[in-house]
Design a protein. Structure first.
Length: 139
């Protein structure tokens, strides 16, 4: 995977066009509610602009992102419980990474690749097993 552009061959994903509410159950198990204003989508520099990871990190919400948000791990695995239909479909590269992710479900997405359009509110949860791992790893 070294040196490979993970976004090669995948179309750009437009950032949100409408305000929406993003609820994230983060790696620390806490629930965070973020009102996303498309006119002021923050940029953390991690993941696709406007992705769940990008917005979470810009608001100080913890989601693992070992590869820095370039679709090369799967540590940013989240379960998009609601609003998944308002997000970009996963690319082949995202599907490939998710295939390697433990605990894969029909709601699984990579937070660094999943960009809500704003057409619906979104709830994304770090999987419970991963939250537990974070707690064990960091006290
Ligand atoms: S942070 Fe590595 S795939 Fe999302």
């Amino acid at each position: 995977m070294g040196g490979r552009n993970p976004f090669l061959g995948t179309p750009d994903v437009p950032p949100p066009t409408q305000p929406y509410r993003l609820v994230i159950v983060a790696a620390d198990g806490r629930e965070h509610t973020i009102d996303v204003d498309p006119a002021r989508v923050p940029c953390s520099g991690h993941g696709r602009p406007g992705s769940i990871l990008d917005i979470a990190l810009a608001h100080g919400v913890a989601i693992d992102h070992a590869c820095g948000g370039v679709c090369a791990c799967a540590t940013c695995h989240v379960l998009v419980r609601t609003g998944g239909g308002s997000c970009n479909p996963p690319s082949d590269e995202e599907e490939d990474q998710l295939d390697e992710a433990p605990g894969l479900t029909p709601h699984s997405r990579l937070a660094c690749q999943c960009v809500p359009s704003g057409a619906a509110d979104v709830r994304a949860e770090v999987p419970a097993w991963n939250r537990n791992a974070v707690r064990e790893g960091h006290g």
